[in-house]
Design a protein around this ligand. Structure first.
Ligand SMILES: [Mg+2]
Length: 249
């Protein structure tokens, strides 16, 4: 694969919710043996990586704050996820997680922007050139509020319920993806740019966005380096670098 020749085709960064988007949503998952990739997820992510995208997890993990499991348990689960993705040649560039509960008043629990801001500053991400994929209204709001160029709701996990909550049209028949009409999208800042049946469909849709939305002209071609780490905007934000392997250069 030649990543350098395809850098203008797709969003350069894809932020991924974890539970219900990449892996099966096990309520307050704390056991690495319970980490199970959703069908097609690894293949979809592999296609994004092959096209030059960097992948980031942004995950709310209030089970830590609620005392259901420890931060070490989370890291063990994420390491297992890294192993499973590695079998498909996929690695995550970085992982951000929020350990707080909904009443903790933190700035990192989605839809709050803390995890976006820290990943943006750490990796030199550009909003218009970044995608968010998730299965809850909070994921959609997180991406839309940050002004990300591509926000996709998947129908795996809690996605069906999310689509009903938002009232957004879903794919019909054999269609893998449905895009709201532009006028509807403009009127509904809480809607995603697309609803996809699963992560594989979301990845395929993103791969098909070549030059169709905000592109590199808006974002430039910033040379980013994981070594240019800035501290997070808040002591509440927890960022861990890499899961199990180094970022491809
Ligand atoms: Mg989720």
């Amino acid at each position: 694969m030649n990543r350098a020749s395809t850098t203008i085709a797709i969003p350069r960064a894809v932020l991924l919710d974890r539970d219900g988007t990449v892996i099966e949503d096990r309520h307050y998952l704390s056991d690495p043996s319970g980490v199970t990739l959703l069908p097609g997820a690894a293949q979809g992510l592999a296609a994004l990586v092959a096209a030059g995208a960097r992948l980031f997890l942004v995950t709310n993990q209030s089970g830590i704050g609620r005392g259901y499991f420890t931060e070490a348990d989370l890291h063990a689960c994420n390491a297992r996820l890294g192993e499973l993705l590695g079998e498909h040649g996929v690695s995550l560039a970085d992982t951000a997680f929020c350990p707080h509960g909904p009443d903790d008043g933190c700035i990192c629990r989605k839809p709050a922007p803390g995890m976006w801001r820290t990943l943006r500053d750490r990796h030199g991400l550009c909003a218009a050139d970044t995608a968010m994929v998730g299965d809850k209204p909070e994921d959609v709001a997180f991406g839309r509020d940050a002004g990300l160029g591509h926000v996709v709701l998947v129908l795996t996990g809690k996605g069906q319920a999310a689509a009903r909550t938002l009232g957004v049209p879903v794919p019909e028949g054999d269609a893998p993806v449905r895009e709201p009409a532009p006028a509807d999208l403009a009127a509904r800042p809480d809607w995603p740019h697309a609803v996809a049946r699963d992560l594989a469909a979301a990845a395929a849709w993103l791969l098909g966005r070549a030059g169709s939305q905000a592109g590199p002209g808006e974002c430039g071609r910033t040379a980013t380096s994981a070594s240019s780490v800035s501290s997070g905007p808040s002591g509440h934000l927890h960022i861990s670098t890499d899961l199990s392997r180094s970022e491809p250069s």
